[in-house]
Design a protein around this ligand. Structure first.
Ligand SMILES: O=C(NCCCCc1cc2cnccc2s1)c1cc(-c2ccc(F)cc2)cc(O)c1O
Ligand SMILES: [Mg+2]
Length: 214
């Protein structure tokens, strides 16, 4: 039977990158998506912005909503200090299976916990299931109509603390208008927009960085 795009992406990683070398994994995925098949990774341009936000923050506890093939998981985990933990949620079991292999190939499995399921089900269970009090950094890259309800859910579950940084992908394309309106007008957030492009294209897109003020 025909292979899936994530399966072909994994093959390209295993063929064109070095096991245990996260940077070579990132480069192999970017090359595959730019020259072979487009895929919805955050990509190299927005990925550099993601890198700078993570490097500046040096977070200990990270939540990623939307793993896909693990590209941004690898980008974030490779920058985390020893002992830091990244929990990443993926809804699609096939994507999760590929992501586990990409993360393992990059040699980052000790820093990453991949959980399969819906954000709305897992966010309320973070404390009792993972022993997480609050997150230092959250990367939102899942269903665009879940960014706002899940942000409110994280607030209500006490998972955000003064200074927690939310970084949201795709705020222009596909777009998250309700989320943008909320974080830009709420007195509980200090928000700023990083203009960029939709991964591997010339279309406008960007990342919104929002600091929770408590
Ligand atoms: O849909 C996107 N990402 C979400 C899919 C994740 C589904 C999940 C739901 C869920 C629920 N709970 C827990 C975990 C998860 S994972 C997406 C789409 C585009 C795009 C596609 C076509 C196009 F023409 C232009 C842009 C670009 C992007 O960068 C994206 O991220
Ligand atoms: Mg995205």
């Amino acid at each position: 039977t025909k292979s899936t795009r994530p399966q072909r992406l994994l093959k390209a990683v295993q063929k064109h990158s070095t096991r245990g070398d996260p940077q070579s994994v990132i480069s192999a995925i970017d090359h595959f998506c730019r020259h072979r098949e487009w895929a919805m990774n955050v990509g190299d341009e927005k990925g550099s912005i993601l890198d700078s936000v993570v490097s500046e923050l040096n977070p200990e506890k990270v939540l990623e909503l939307g793993t896909y093939c693990g590209y941004s998981t690898v980008r974030i985990a490779r920058l985390l200090p020893p002992g830091a933990r990244l929990i990443t949620l993926e809804f699609n079991a096939d994507y999760a299976a590929i992501a586990r292999q990409v993360i393992a190939w990059a040699g980052l499995e000790d820093k990453v916990q991949l959980v399969e399921g819906a954000s709305g089900d897992w966010i309320p269970r973070m404390k009792e299931h993972f022993g997480i009090e609050t997150f230092d950094f959250v990367f939102l890259d899942h269903w665009k109509d879940r960014y706002l309800p899940d942000t409110k859910l994280m607030e209500d579950c006490g998972l955000l603390r003064k200074g927690t940084v939310l970084l949201a992908d795709n705020v222009i394309c596909p777009g998250v208008p309700d989320y943008l309106e909320y974080v830009r007008n709420s007195l509980s957030y200090k928000s700023c927009y990083f203009k960029s492009h939709l991964e591997y294209t010339k279309a406008e897109d960007g990342l919104e960085k929002s600091v929770f003020l408590g």
